[in-house]
Design a protein around this ligand. Structure first.
Ligand SMILES: *Cc1c(COP(=O)(O)O)cnc(C)c1O
Length: 449
């Protein structure tokens, strides 16, 4: 096994290179160790063990170099071991590693909050606080909304995903694998329809209007708008299958929230940080959330998440009512500052749009001659195909196609309530030739008969 460099990052050779079968012998050995040390509840999409990653590739323990269409689930938007992230984290780890921001604060935490207050939609006065994971951000957003409104009910949507803790798995729609066997669930969570154009019973044209009317009617009649603290939604449903709500749906829901004193929370954990060709996906329809939760792409893989929102809401909570030991760890904050610099200086919002412009036409061309591709959708570098049994809308299992891609050295992820969505989340720094090569592998993998 030989790699040209000893470090990851963008200087890794940007090539697909298979020197063993996938997974190779060294990865299989390590996977056997995993199986006896780690419970099966912690699943594995592709059992290759990683040694280096950067740009658009992941290098494994056998020396294979795979094309990365996953970014560790929309986390390494700036690429793995991105230079500005590495430099800042290396300096910070030698200076100090932890004080607890609630015990003795440091500047980088405040700088991240200032940046998020400035970058998130809306020019109203905002506050931000930092936590460790997307689930923790969502839980805290609900805490703030309940505290500020004095109400309890939380409204979520079909196909929504918000995390794996008790409250956030309750907020999540899909039973298997997220909720099955883990009840009882948290109280005061209500689910309403999402405007899912491809599967809307009367077709996509009236989807936004009908879905919004149904959702609002359910809130009014079954919950009572005056009991609702928050409406929580992903601007594009991630785990649910990259469902872009039909245009017009989100503005109608926001308008209803404003009219009824309900806190509108946008969960941008997966859609944030340049991923969709905007800094945040809400910008696409000019949505200004009362609170926005972010995580994944925020810090290049270091654990960090944020709750950003209207100052009057966040200032409502008493001192000591929010926080946590590690929230806004100094290494993660430095990484986030490196990520935000990289997005801005390397123009990654534009780069995400470019990726969409490369991927969407090719995927639509595949759809024309391959009836297993039922729908092609997405924005920027958050793109998916929904697979169907030809001639129907019956779900076709995406895992089978994903496995065929993996064997060829293309890492793709699956998603969807029906497990029939292939989702593509390449690092925004992936070179075009790898994007094209990945699409060619996918095109072949989709030829199932
Ligand atoms: C991943 C995700 C979460 C949970 O984030 P974790 O960091 O895994 O806790 C919440 N909401 C959305 C939309 C996500 O994609």
């Amino acid at each position: 096994m030989s790699t040209a460099t000893t470090h990851g990052g963008p200087q890794l050779p940007q090539e697909r290179r298979l020197v063993t079968e996938i997974p190779g012998p060294r990865s299989r050995e390590l996977f056997a160790r995993k199986q006896s040390a780690v419970p099966p509840g912690i699943g594995t999409t592709l059992p290759v063990f990683v040694t280096h990653a950067g740009g658009g590739v992941i290098v494994d323990a056998d020396g294979n170099s795979l094309i990365d269409f996953g970014s560790g689930i929309a986390v390494t938007n700036v690429g793995n071991a991105a230079p500005r992230v590495v430099e800042r984290v290396q300096k910070q780890v030698a200076d100090f590693t932890h004080t607890c921001f609630m015990v003795a604060p440091y500047e980088s935490y405040v700088a991240v909050c200032e940046k998020l207050n400035a970058l998130t939609p809306g020019d109203h006065e905002k506050r931000t606080f930092l936590v460790n994971s997307g689930a923790e951000a969502v839980e805290n957003a609900v805490k703030v909304a309940r505290h500020a409104t004095g109400r309890q009910a939380v409204v979520v949507f079909d196909h929504g995903y918000h995390g794996r803790t008790l409250l956030t798995m309750t907020l999540t729609a899909k039973s298997m694998p997220y909720k099955h066997g883990f009840g009882p669930f948290a109280p005061e969570v209500y689910r309403v329809p999402l405007a899912y154009p491809f599967r809307w019973p009367t077709g996509p044209d009236n989807c936004a209007e009908e879905a919004a009317a149904q959702a609002i009617d359910m809130i009014n009649k079954q919950i009572g708008a005056e009991n609702v603290a928050a409406v929580l939604i992903e601007p594009i449903a991630g785990e649910g299958g990259f469902i872009e709500p039909a245009r017009g749906f989100l503005p109608k829901i926001v308008e209803f929230c404003r009219a009824n004193g309900i806190v509108f929370i946008a969960d941008e954990v997966q859609t944030g940080f340049a991923r969709t060709g905007h800094m945040f996906a809400c910008e696409d329809e000019g949505i200004v959330p009362d609170i926005i939760t972010t995580a994944k792409g925020i810090a290049g893989g270091l654990p960090l998440a944020a709750v950003t929102g209207r100052a009057d809401l966040l200032d409502h909570v008493h001192s000591g009512g929010l926080g946590g030991t590690y929230g806004g760890n100094p290494l993660a904050c430095e990484a986030a500052l490196g990520v935000l610099e990289t997005i801005e200086q390397d123009k990654l919002v534009e780069r995400a749009r470019h990726i969409g412009e490369v991927m969407l036409p090719r995927l639509r061309a595949i759809q024309e001659h391959n009836p297993i591709v039922g729908d092609v959708r997405g924005r920027g570098a958050m793109i998916a195909v929904e697979l169907v049994v030809p001639g129907t809308k019956e779900p076709y299992p995406a895992a089978e196609i994903a496995r065929r891609c993996h064997e060829q050295g293309l890492l793709v992820l699956t998603a969807g309530t029906y497990g029939n969505v292939l989702r593509f989340l390449p690092p925004l720094v992936i070179p075009d030739h790898l994007l094209e090569e990945g699409l060619s592998i996918l095109e072949k993998a989709l030829n199932v008969d």
